[in-house]
Design a protein around this ligand. Structure first.
Ligand code: MSP
Length: 649
């Protein structure tokens, strides 16, 4: 019998800094792991980074760095942010870790032995940002220029024709369908399983498992001229992260205690990999499939997915400094329903922090501890008997726990939190009706009962909210004079709802939750609704109209080759990889200022729709942009980490 509740996050591509979206997935896994710990279970929580593949290779090239040095420069940002946000993982796996690479090799060797792998040629399309082979036959999508684009990220596809090792995915179609049928709860929310079933029923093609033209990856066992396809490498982290592939006794025991995983958390963009490929990969080596996929929607900014590349991502470190990390944890878990996309709105955040945290919960705690201190009742005894209103609150608390536990077990944290706040409202109403500040003088016994009942109910609230706001709830519990005793069976304790606890109250010196200061004015984004102010009318012969601007297509491209041009001391000949805009030859008059080696591997911006023309007898298919100083010396105008073929506006 396995001992651990084992939960994972996606492993993130370290090609850019973490943002609120990646924090959200990681937070959901952290809350689940903490909830299970509170319920008395042993847990193992895995997160990490997905470091191989073409996308990282290209980003590293664009940054002029070796890929390992490139990922090494980004991974600390993930670890730092998780630390800041109190993400209590057990292991941070990197796919460049030696034990992971070894585990992936073992897995491939097993597939080879079983005959589940064969060599053929892949001819088709590939999305580098998603690292996905795209079947344009079944999902034809073209952009306005008539180029194929990825159905997921809508960016340009690359055409591939290369030798590849294939996994016999098609052979698993029936087993997969049978698996979904016997595991209707495999995906939360349930509805997503239907999409997967339709996809599989439409017919599975064998899956390319290696890349011959990508060098940044795990060498394919038996044929080092290939590297392992990055998704096959990445998915296996869930196994290697808990010991798969190792012969060490400790690793073997860990794997036994963890596998099969209880939950893989992710957003809807990567369900197919986890619901189709991953179970098939496991079936192929006779290992059990994971119990559940917890799939959430996107965090939106306005109508768009919040993402670094769209430039609409809020910086989680800044948010933490403005409002506090646990406040952001609360807002993310409360506001975003895992069943839907959700908007992260600063005004709404400030309103919630004020209403829910400062007013409803913070004030309640403050009121009780102050009343108790002012009336010399800080050593709170278990109530001997209960008046009907107190008995009703006790029943309400038990009911609250039942509802919260049910929602937490479904991974519906937003509704679980709504249930906690219903309970807090009931405690506030009880205190309001009982008026203990009057009872202190008129009916001491009832005063003590009301304080004791409020403390018992607050104790439950503190425990239930601990997975979401661990530090704040430890502070709250400390005000009641209790600590969480790890290893206790809190499920049994909360179910019993005995209310026979004693409390030692401390008056809160500093309030648990301050009303947040508003930071709305610090948002840099211009208000779209505000009409632009009219510029004073004046003659400016340099001015161009917006229509003129729209005519110029500025596009990002990486300079892959650069050579001098015969018979010209001014010109350099650049070969530019411009994604969906193809491979371009561009001549630039910068030979006096720049050496070819200063340009190769760098990413710049060029005018893509300039009419091709001949210079020094050679064709130039665009104009690369340079910044030049007052002496006319040129420097490449660069962009940071964009994808080739992206438009610049
Ligand atoms: N490396 C793969 C995952 C491999 S797992 C074996 C990958 N990485 S990623 O860096 O692109 O991360 C994708 C995940 O980040 C999403 O599935 C989701 O968990 C999270 N999110 C990224 N942007 C997000 C939002 N705007 N909103 C919510 N989640 C977001 O795919």
């Amino acid at each position: 019998m396995k001992k651990n509740y084992y939960i994972t996050t996606p492993i993130y591509y370290p090609n850019a800094q973490p943002h609120l979206g990646t924090l959200y997935s990681t937070l959901l896994a952290d809350i689940s792991a903490r909830w299970q710990r509170l319920m008395g279970r042993q847990t193992f929580f895995l997160t990490g980074t997905d470091e191989h593949g073409q996308k990282i290779q290209e980003k590293a090239e664009a940054a002029g760095m070796p890929p390992k040095a490139f990922v090494d420069s980004i991974v600390p940002a993930y670890k730092d942010l998780w630390k800041l946000y109190g993400i209590a993982y057990d292991r941070f796996i990197r796919t460049t870790d030696a034990d992971h690479e070894h585990g992936v090799e073992q897995w491939i060797k097993l597939l080879l032995e079983k005959g589940d792998i064969y060599k053929a040629s892949y001819e088709g399309w590939y999305c580098v940002p998603c690292e996905t082979f795209v079947n344009v036959g079944s999902e034809p999508l073209k952009n306005t220029d008539g180029h194929f684009i990825c159905p997921n990220c809508k960016r340009g596809l690359k055409q591939l024709a290369e030798e590849s090792y294939f996994f016999r995915l098609s052979a698993y179609q029936d087993r997969l369908l049978a698996f979904y049928e016997t595991n209707p709860d495999f995906i939360t929310p349930k509805e997503r399983l239907q999409e997967v079933i339709s996809f599989v029923k439409a017919g599975l093609k064998d899956l390319s498992l290696s890349r011959k033209t990508v060098s940044w990856g795990i060498p394919f066992p038996g044929d080092p001229s290939h590297t392992v396809y990055v998704w096959a490498d990445a998915l296996n982290n869930y196994l290697t992260g808990v010991g798969y592939g190792s012969a060490e006794a400790k690793a073997i025991a860990l794997l036994k205690d963890c596998w099969p995983a209880d939950a893989h958390v992710m957003a809807k963009d990567i369900v197919r990999f986890h619901a189709v490929y991953w179970p098939a990969f496991l079936m192929a080596i006779d290992l059990p499939t994971p119990k559940k996929l917890v799939v959430h929607g996107y965090i939106l900014a306005g109508d768009a997915k919040m993402s670094k590349s769209l430039g609409n991502a809020l910086d989680p470190a800044k948010l933490a400094s403005w409002y506090g990390t646990e406040q952001i944890r609360y807002y993310l878990a409360r506001q975003m329903a895992i069943t839907h996309d959700g908007t992260f709105d600063l005004k709404d955040l400030e309103d919630r922090l004020t209403a829910d945290l400062a007013n409803s919960l913070g004030n309640l705690l403050n009121r009780i501890t102050t009343l108790a201190a002012n009336n010399d009742y800080t050593a709170v005894a278990a109530p001997a008997s209960l008046e009907p209103a107190s008995e009703a609150l006790k029943l309400r608390t038990a009911e609250g726990y039942r509802c919260v536990a049910e929602e937490m077990d479904k991974y519906y944290f937003h509704t679980a939190l709504a249930e906690v706040w219903k309970l807090i409202a009931a405690i506030n109403a009880y205190v309001h009706e009982q008026q203990p500040w009057k009872l202190a003088k008129s009916n001491r016994a009832l005063f003590e009962e009301v304080i004791a009942c409020a403390c018992n109910a607050l104790y439950v609230v503190g425990l239930l909210l601990w997975p979401v706001m661990p530090n704040k709830m430890e502070e709250l519990l400390a005000c009641l004079g209790v600590n969480i005793a790890w290893g206790s069976d809190y499920d049994a304790l909360l179910r019993a709802n005995s209310w026979n606890h004693t409390f030692t109250l401390t008056k809160t010196e500093k309030v648990l939750f301050m009303r947040p200061e508003s930071h709305l004015h610090e948002l840099a984004a211009p208000q779209a609704a505000e009409p632009p102010k009219a510029a004073p009318a004046q003659e400016n012969s340099n001015e161009i109209s917006i229509d003129d601007v729209a005519k110029v297509q500025l596009v990002v491209g990486t300079i892959t080759e650069c050579t001098s041009v015969p018979n010209s001391d001014k010109l350099l000949c650049l070969k530019v990889d411009a994604g969906e805009y193809g491979q371009r030859q561009i001549l630039s008059g910068v030979a006096k200022d720049l050496k070819p080696e200063e340009l190769v591997g760098r990413q710049g911006v060029f005018i893509a729709n300039l009419k091709p023309r001949k210079m020094a007898g050679m064709l130039s298919e665009g104009m690369m942009l340079y910044a030049y100083d007052k002496d006319g010396k040129n420097k490449l105008a660069t962009v940071d980490g964009a994808a080739n073929g992206q438009r610049v506006k």
